[in-house]
Design a protein around this ligand. Structure first.
Ligand code: IMP
Ligand code: MG
Length: 176
């Protein structure tokens, strides 16, 4: 079996600390309101699972699956809906939970798709943001970390389906 330990960029401890802060902010902002959390699969599954544990509100959890990347580190430029949510979000407060905003295309497309369903409010929580690559206007309401233009893996994020299980955010390099 192959052994690998990709270089660490953000540790488990740093991630946990930041998620506690985001959870507190979300809890305060949505006090006494309904909240539908939409986890964007697959990349956001770990972030979303840790984040909702820090949100002290009655919420409903939904999953959506979008894909904009094939097995490459470059965006393909089109976003496909692979699996939709099952809840009706009309009149509801929605919190999208995403792993990373890169060009912004995935989130822009998702927001447009959800807007047609007339939610009361749609906000975005993203663990990571790569400002260098941004092409579409995206407002991140709850951001974990801004990062440099490096392809990152771990804590849910993958390269060609691998590395999602790493407990920290690492950098993909030739050695991996
Ligand atoms: P965007 O549509 O260009 O903003 O890309 C967003 C999607 O691309 C994210 O949901 C990720 O799944 C994927 N992605 C972008 N950058 C990275 C990266 O550095 N590592 C792993 N996945 C990434
Ligand atoms: Mg992805």
């Amino acid at each position: 079996m192959e052994l690998y330990t990709p270089e660490m960029l953000i540790s488990e401890e740093e991630i946990a600390l930041r998620i506690s802060e985001l959870g507190k902010a979300i809890t305060a902002d949505f006090q006494n309101q309904d909240l539908v959390v939409i986890c964007v699969l697959k990349g956001a599954f770990m972030f979303c699972s840790d984040l909702i544990k820090k949100i002290n509100l009655p919420l409903k959890l939904e999953f959506i699956s979008l894909s904009s990347y094939g097995d490459s580190t470059q965006s393909s430029g089109n976003v496909r809906l692979e699996m939709d949510i099952t809840a009706n979000i009309e009149g509801k407060n929605v919190l999208i939970v995403e792993d990373i905003v890169d060009s912004g295309l995935t989130i822009k497309t998702l927001m447009e798709m959800l807007d047609l369903r007339k939610p009361k409010d749609v906000r975005l929580a993203s663990l990571l943001f790569k400002p260098v690559k941004l092409k579409h206007k995206v407002k991140i309401d709850y951001l974990g970390f801004e990062i440099e233009d490096k392809f990152v893996i771990g804590y849910g994020l993958d390269y060609a389906g691998r590395y999602r299980e790493l407990p920290y955010i690492g950098v993909l390099n030739a050695g991996n």
